[in-house]
Design a protein around this ligand. Structure first.
Ligand code: ADP
Length: 588
């Protein structure tokens, strides 16, 4: 076994530390691909020159000799030493030149097998886990962990993987734990508690996962994230994190304040478009918002033996005389929880009680659930025949499109409006007031009515809501109802200017709890000036954030509607290198 084979077969059974993480090895042929010509002792151009010269010289020599033999009537097959050497040189150079002209073809065949890490010469055991992970990594993927990685080097004709730039090195002890996770004797979910080191747990889980699935996680970074910060709060069994770019739209001039709005998205045009809307709003003197309601909801479902008993509890809860008592019990859940209303609906002998409460700067799902549980426990005293089926009975309604949210509101109900000057409509939005009003009527109102939309009387509110939610650590699943929005447009000031508004009844946001405390999301909240709890007036940071969401939606609606009205949509996508296939995605 030659040294090259020895070194690689070792790698397939006991990979060096940087390979164990499944990152170092994969960081190859980013810059330089191996070619068949790399095997030549001289540079390609010199080798070519030698063989070209040799070929034409011997051809000339043999032809001359052939002519002389014909003239002297010497038999052609009688050869002297120089002629024998010339014939060998001719054959050799001919073969080389044949190879030379077909070299691209030869390389195209050789390339896959010359792939450093998937080469059969390199890996002895075709079934090994490393092999299958590495084979997959023959893709040209960016380095994991967000580092630039040097290409592999060739040292003494051996391919040497560069040292990994990822500092995490798994020890022998880690290797044992990985094996035990792969075998199933250590449950993956126990790693954090067993090791007491979240980063190490994630690294071990990641490596075990790669071996179990024989799939590479290259490209999913591990480094650069605080795994302690998500423990028991944001995500279980982490193996890395997904990177989403954050763009900035703005300044958004809203209620006299300027905001730079962070938007986490991979949708081209979205930030640029929202930015254009912000510009139109700014040049028109800014937008104004009004918060109509602020209350999170939770609706448990309980069952009785009869509809009559269900109705009795409904009347009890809706009786104003009982409210004080019930709210006192509810509010014990948190100093920020304040019960506002209880609205009930009956389905047969089942009762749905929709509790609404303010939750300070928290989005409030945890808080309200605790309050509701307190009340259910209390009600068991007088309604012992009440069977609690579920603390959430979908009349809340969380993360589902539902008319109850559209009509009653959930979280923050906000209206945001602005008068866009006719001049700005023309110069910035490249359209005119009448075209916008007509399009809004036919698309956002009539079109959505024809489609039977539920809260979807807008062009693309969910685009902006999702991007701002992800950037600021909100629950992106609540985008379903948080994007409920009706966009209205009307010509004002004798048809010169445009009055535009968005009405959004269920914006569910918080500035404490959940993902808001993570470093990057917290930085985005900080940029908006609404990070964390508001010490002077609990809840005002979350309310301000809701108005910013609505203001950003206003900007997004203005810009997309204008692009549609001006027929600019396709052109603007082409400018940002979007394929025409994707255009429909943005226009929603
Ligand atoms: P959610 O209810 O949105 O799921 P969490 O329960 O995770 O949020 O976070 C709310 C926590 O933050 C509660 O324990 C609450 O006591 C605390 N908290 C601190 N300051 C505030 C504030 N200004 N508003 C709301 N909650 C706050």
């Amino acid at each position: 076994m030659d040294s090259r084979r020895r070194s690689t077969s070792k790698a397939s059974t006991a990979p060096p530390p940087h390979m164990k993480m499944g990152v170092g090895l994969h960081q190859h042929h980013n810059d330089k691909e191996l070619k068949a010509s790399d095997a030549l002792p001289l540079p390609l151009y010199l080798t070519n020159a030698v063989f070209f010269t040799l070929f034409f010289s011997v051809v000339y020599f043999l032809l001359t000799r052939w002519r002389e033999k014909i003239r002297n009537s010497t038999p052609l097959h009688v050869l002297n030493l120089s002629e024998i050497v010339a014939i060998f040189a001719f054959v050799a150079s001919f073969i080389y030149l044949l190879g030379f002209f077909g070299i691209d073809f030869v390389q195209s065949i050789l390339r896959p097998s010359a792939d450093l890490w998937a080469n059969e010469d390199e890996i002895d055991d075709a079934q090994s886990t490393d092999e299958s992970i590495l084979k997959e990594d023959s893709r040209k993927v960016p380095c994991g962990a967000g580092f630039d990685c040097p290409p592999p080097q060739i040292v003494n004709k051996e391919i040497v993987s560069p040292p990994s730039l990822v500092p995490t090195v798994l020890s022998e002890e880690d290797e044992e734990i990985i094996k035990s996770v792969v075998k199933g004797s250590t449950p993956s979910y126990t790693l954090e508690s067993k090791l007491g080191d979240c980063k190490r747990a994630a690294a071990i889980r990641r490596e075990a996962l790669q071996r179990i699935t024989r799939k590479s996680l290259t490209g999913l970074p591990l480094e650069g994230f605080d795994y302690e910060s998500i423990l028991g709060q944001c995500c279980e069994m982490p193996v890395g994190y997904v990177q989403i770019p954050v763009g900035i739209a703005g300044p958004l001039l809203l209620d006299g304040m300027e905001y730079s709005v962070p938007m986490a998205t991979t949708e081209g045009c979205l930030v640029a478009s929202t930015n254009r809307g912000c510009k139109a709003i700014h040049l028109s003197g800014g937008a104004a918002s009004v918060l109509l309601k602020d209350g999170m909801t939770r609706a448990p479902v309980v069952r009785f033996a009869s509809a009559q008993r269900a109705a009795q509890l409904k009347f009890f809860l809706e009786d104003p005389n009982n409210f004080e008592n019930v709210s006192m019990i509810f509010n014990k859940s948190s100093r920020f929880a304040k019960l506002q209303t209880i609205k009930c609906t009956v389905a047969g002998k089942n009762l749905y009680m929709r509790f609404t409460c303010s939750t300070g700067d928290a989005m409030g799902m945890n808080m309200i659930s605790k309050g509701v549980q307190n009340v259910l426990d209390y009600l068991q005293n007088d309604f012992s025949d009440m069977d609690v089926i579920g603390i959430s009975g979908n009349f809340c309604s969380d993360k589902k499109a539902a008319a109850v949210n559209w009509i009653e509101g959930r979280g923050k109900s906000v209206v945001c409006e602005c008068v866009i000057k006719g001049e700005v409509v023309k110069k910035v939005l490249k359209t005119n007031v009448a075209a916008l009003v007509e399009l809004n009527m036919l698309k956002n109102l009539t079109g959505s009515a024809m489609a039977g939309a539920l809260g979807g009387f807008n062009a693309h509110a969910s685009n902006i809501v999702a991007a701002v939610y992800i950037a600021t650590g909100q629950d992106p699943a609540q985008n379903v109802e948080s994007s409920h929005c009706i966009t209205m447009m009307e010509a004002v000031n004798d048809g010169q200017d445009l009055h535009v508004s968005v009405t959004m009844p269920s914006i569910e946001v918080g500035t404490v709890g959940g993902g808001t405390q993570l470093a990057s999301q917290s930085a985005c909240l900080n940029l908006l000036g609404v990070k964390g709890a508001n010490r002077e007036s609990a809840g005002s940071n979350a309310r301000q954030l809701a108005t910013i969401v609505a203001g950003s939606v206003l900007a997004g609606e203005l810009s997309l509607m204008s692009a549609l009205a001006a027929g600019q949509l396709v052109r603007s996508h082409m400018k940002y290198n979007r394929s025409s296939k994707d255009v429909s995605k943005v226009s929603s």
